[in-house]
Every structure is written in structure tokens, then in C-alpha cells.
Design a protein around this ligand. Structure first.
Ligand code: NAD
Length: 368
């Protein structure tokens, strides 16, 4: 039996194109580093709708719950814009996240030195940046009841409710502390305890878990609005940031853009530990299906390859191999290799999706 099981869901648009490059990387690790993957591939999003009339077939959901990790490309596209809400490609992704109960969303903001000029901030502010935002993903104001638009007197009122239970805060706090122990051992928790009761409970609960289980990790607290300012002023002060669903949505997008292109951004969503001790996990690039460049060989495969690097680190306990892969990407970029989305300087001929994948495979071989 293979040591690791991986379900690949390429999805729509550029999803299948970037996933071809990830398959090259997986093959390289199997041939050269003795990693043993049982890889299966299935449909999600529009591709699943075309084949089965649903954006995620029940059989695919069963497989996703059974494997060590799921790696997804992207879903969606204009072809599916007029579908009923329940059949839209995005519903496939949402079903995966919900049924796998993926409550901890990891969004790294990592700046490769060769791309420091791509940031809207000064190169010295972002060069060498490596922070991780942990966003609570399954609760908070996007899910709380009551919600809706009601009529009061002669005007309408929009209502959403921020609601967190202690256990929801505890589990995402543990996830952040565990991550910090594998990194620089520092967590900054962000909320608005000055104006929100849910923020007071958030802060008290993070403190409680810290004192009881993770007192070796350095913990600080910051109001989320001040945190947003600090992220833009001096992001390198942070290691792991843990925050709720709403603030995490905004702060992770802010942090991501410190580092340049959408084509470079990976993510992971983790759930409770399974019987083998590994968390349920879904890895995916942050970008969408990019219909404007689909089929043209212009997609940057690095976000999806970096998502696989996260799987190596967090699902397969192969941190050294994840480092090797990230370093190989850094080496390729520092030699000047660029895909279309990374063109800044004049006179550079961009690499196609496939050629970028090949260059990373070559750099991996050079690392031996
Ligand atoms: P997008 O991320 O697909 O594209 C935004 C822009 O970034 C486009 O110009 C695109 O060409 C570029 N881009 C994105 N990824 C790139 C890559 N790897 N290499 C080079 N350039 C890249 O966002 P969008 O245009 O708003 O959405 C397109 C479709 O994707 C929609 O149907 C949307 O619903 C869906 N979507 C899916 C996900 C997901 O699967 N997680 C996320 C966001 C959007």
C-alpha cells in the first residue's frame, strides 16, 4: 500500500493546465526521493457538472473524505454563470470544505527575493517576508444566525450575526500554535475586543489555550484594524497571525498582495486530525480558473506547485522535501525565469506553463 494517498481535482479553466505541472513534480519526487504516493484524479466544478449534472459527485466526496490530502486546481468559468446557484461550480468547492469540516485556512504570504520588485511596497519591506495567516473558516459572521434582510417600519434592515463558540476558537487557536512551533514560534491573535463581545471571548479563549497547552509559544494580541496597518507598515514583524473568518478574509488578501502575483499564492484548509494523526486537508492555489488565459500556455503553475509543497509539509510530514521544492522555485526565479504574469522588466521572453514546470523539475534535479 502506498504511504500517502492524494486525490487530485484539476477542475476548470487553467486548473487542469497547472495540475499537469504538479504531476511532473509528484513524479519527480516518486522517482528521485522515494516518496510513495497513491494518486487518483477526479472531477470538480464545471467539469463535474458537464459529466454528472452536479459540481461534485457523491462518489468524489466519499473519496475526498478517505484520502490523506486533496489538491484542487480551480473551479468556475463564464460557461456556468447562468446555472442555478445549487449547481454552480463553486458549490463543489464549498461542499468539500463543509463536509471535510475544514475550519483552519492557511494563507502564507511569502516573498521570493527575485520578485520583491513586484510588491507595491518597498523591496526592503517585503524581501524575505514569510508569514502565515490562519483564518477561521467555518463560523463567524458569514454563517451566524439570525441573518437576512427584514422590514422594520418603513425601511429595510440587513442583518448578519457574529457568533463564535469557545470550542470553535479553541480548535483554530491550536492549529495556529501547532504551526508556530514548526516555524518561528510566534503567534499574533487579531480581533476587535475593544468593541465586540465575540472579540473578548476570542482573546480570552486564545489566552486560555496558550497558558494550558502552548506556553512555549510567544503570544501577542492586536486589534484587527491596527493589524491591517502593521501588515502594510512592517509585515516582517509577524510569524503566524490567527484571526476570525471576516477579519481573516480581509487580512489574508491584504497580506497576499504584499508579495505580487496571484499566480504565486498557495493555500491550505485543514480540519480535525484523522485516525492517522494527520489533519483532513484541502490544498489549492488562491487564484481562480482564469478564463481570459485558458488554453494559451500563459498560466503560472507556481501557486499550485506551492500548494503541493504545503501538502508535503502539513499532510505528509516531508518538511525537508517541501523546503527543497520551495528552494528550487526560488532558484528558477532568481535565474530570471518568468511566466506571463511576472513580466516587469523589458526584454524577458516569458516561459509557457509547461516550460516553467520543466524548469522547476530541472532545478529539483540540480538540488540532488
Ligand atoms: P482569477 O483568479 O481566475 O483571475 C484573475 C486574473 O488573474 C486574471 O487576469 C487571470 O488571468 C490572472 N491569473 C489568475 N491565476 C493566474 C495564474 N496562475 N497565472 C497567470 N495569471 C493568473 O479570478 P476571476 O477572473 O475573478 O475569476 C474567474 C473564474 O474563477 C470565475 O468563475 C470565479 O468564480 C472563479 N474563481 C474560482 C476560485 C477557486 O476555484 N478557488 C477562486 C476565485 C475565482
Amino acid at each position: 500500500m502506498a504511504k500517502f494517498s492524494l486525490l487530485i481535482l484539476p477542475g476548470d479553466g487553467i486548473g487542469p493546465e497547472v495540475m499537469v505541472e504538479v504531476r511532473k513534480i509528484i513524479d519527480w519526487f516518486m522517482s528521485n526521493r522515494g516518496l510513495d504516493f497513491d494518486v487518483t484524479e477526479d472531477l470538480v466544478g464545471g467539469a463535474a457538472y458537464d459529466a454528472h449534472g452536479t459540481p461534485l459527485h457523491d462518489d468524489t466526496m466519499v473519496k475526498a473524505l478517505d484520502v490523506d490530502a486533496v489538491l484542487l486546481g480551480a473551479v468556475g468559468g463564464p460557461k456556468y454563470d447562468d446555472l442555478d446557484f445549487s449547481r454552480k461550480p463553486e458549490r463543489g468547492l464549498l461542499r468539500l470544505r463543509k463536509e471535510m469540516d475544514l475550519y483552519s485556512n492557511l494563507r502564507p504570504a511569502q516573498c521570493f527575493d527575485a520578485l520583491a520588485d513586484f510588491s507595491s511596497l518597498k523591496p526592503e519591506v517585503v524581501s524575505g517576508l514569510d508569514i502565515m495567516i490562519v483564518r477561521e473558516l467555518t463560523s463567524g459572521i458569514y454563517f451566524g444566525e439570525p441573518r437576512g434582510i427584514i422590514t422594520e417600519g418603513n425601511e429595510r434592515v440587513g442583518i448578519n450575526t457574529q457568533r463564535y463558540t469557545e470550542s470553535e476558537i479553541e480548535r483554530v487557536a491550536r492549529s495556529a500554535f501547532e504551526l508556530a512551533r514548526r516555524r518561528d514560534n510566534r503567534v499574533c491573535s487579531m480581533e476587535k475586543a475593544n468593541v465586540m463581545e465575540s472579540g473578548v471571548l476570542w482573546r480570552e479563549t486564545v489566552d486560555k489555550i496558550h497558558q494550558a497547552e502552548y506556553s512555549d509559544v510567544e503570544l501577542s494580541h492586536m486589534y484587527a484594524d491596527a493589524g491591517a496597518m502593521q501588515l502594510c507598515r512592517w509585515p516582517k514583524q509577524f510569524d503566524v497571525i490567527v484571526t476570525d473568518n471576516l477579519f481573516g478574509d480581509i487580512l489574508s488578501d491584504t497580506a497576499a498582495m504584499l508579495t505580487g502575483s496571484l499566480g504565486m499564492l498557495p493555500s491550505a484548509s485543514l480540519g480535525a486530525p484523522m485516525e492517522n494523526g494527520r489533519p483532513k486537508a484541502l490544498y489549492e492555489p488562491v487564484h481562480g480558473s482564469a478564463p481570459d488565459i485558458t488554453g494559451q500556455g500563459k498560466a503560472n503553475p507556481i501557486a499550485c506547485i506551492l500548494s503541493f509543497a504545503m501538502a508535503l509539509r502539513y499532510s505528509f510530514d516531508e518538511g525537508a522535501e517541501a523546503d527543497r521544492l520551495e528552494q528550487s522555485i526560488e532558484n528558477v526565479l532568481s535565474k530570471g525565469a518568468r511566466t506571463h504574469d511576472l513580466l516587469g522588466e523589458e526584454g524577458i521572453t516569458p516561459l509557457s506553463t509547461s516550460k516553467m514546470g520543466d524548469a522547476i523539475v530541472d532545478a529539483l534535479t540540480e538540488s540532488l
